[in-house]
Design a protein around this ligand. Structure first.
Ligand code: PGA
Length: 249
């Protein structure tokens, strides 16, 4: 079983002072663990990746970006290339988050190209997938995940350079979560689908994301094929994020 990964997606939150304080707090807690049962990743907004990286330096907490461009450089105003994130000490980058798919028109092919760019820069791509509420109601949750895996996971993906985050769109920021039986069903399906596109699919970490909190983390993290969590809102409060991580041990 892969070691659990607890990832914080800070989204468009935190100015430098708050972000550095949060990162320092997590760094102190993580480095104080004798044998942490989990890896911890924080993905701050691009403006403070550098400062957060300095704040967690030496603590063992990992650093990631929230998005990257498919190209390594060029005339793409406002975008961030994967090698730029690597240059700041990132080891991971989230790609294809549903908020990017929804508000920036990202389709599977773009997500796949971004993940490929991440791999080429030596980063682990955290590829997000998940159905909308209408798709779940129509009984299409598994089919949507199959389609997104086929379209968003590039050739050359391995358990080392890829993490999948299953985030049902209707569970993000809503306080609603699927039942553990539903999570088990989707994660098992994702694992089976991954075996079509990579040979070491058993070792790929499949995170659950969407309204993960300290109060539900224990039961969610205990579900088969759940190898960690991608946490939004609750990752902004050190006590809450830490309690989620500790629910893995
Ligand atoms: P949430 O967000 O934990 O606030 O629901 C999760 C995410 O979007 O990654």
């Amino acid at each position: 079983m892969p070691r659990k990964l607890i990832a914080g997606n800070w989204k468009m939150n935190c100015l430098r002072t708050d972000g550095v304080a949060l990162a320092r707090d997590l760094g102190v807690r993580y480095s104080g663990e004798t044998e942490p049962a989990f890896d911890m990743l924080v993905c701050p907004p691009a403006t403070i990746v550098d400062a957060v990286g300095a704040a967690i330096s030496g603590s063992g907490v990992l650093l990631g970006g929230q998005d990257c461009h498919r190209a390594t450089k060029g005339a793409f105003t406002g975008d961030i290339a994967a090698p730029m994130l690597a240059d700041l000490g990132c080891t991971h980058v989230i790609v294809g988050h549903s908020e990017r798919r929804q508000y920036h028109g990202e389709i599977d092919l773009m997500v796949s190209e971004k993940a490929k760019a991440a791999h080429e820069a030596g980063l682990t791509a955290v590829i997000c997938i998940g159905e909308t509420e209408a798709e779940r109601d129509a009984g299409q949750a598994l089919a949507v995940c199959s389609r997104q895996i086929a379209g968003s996971v590039p050739e050359g993906s391995t358990a080392d350079n890829t993490v999948i985050a299953y985030e049902p769109v209707w569970a993000i920021g809503t306080g609603r979560t699927p039942t553990t039986a539903d999570v088990a069903e989707v994660h098992a399906h994702i694992r089976a689908e991954l075996s079509r596109v990579m040979s070491d699919s058993d070792d790929v970490r499949i995170l659950y994301g969407g309204s993960v909190k300290a109060s539900n983390a224990g039961e969610l993290m205990a579900v088969a094929n759940v190898d960690g969590a991608l946490v939004g809102g609750a990752s902004l409060v050190a006590d809450d994020f830490w309690a989620i991580a500790k629910a893995c041990s």
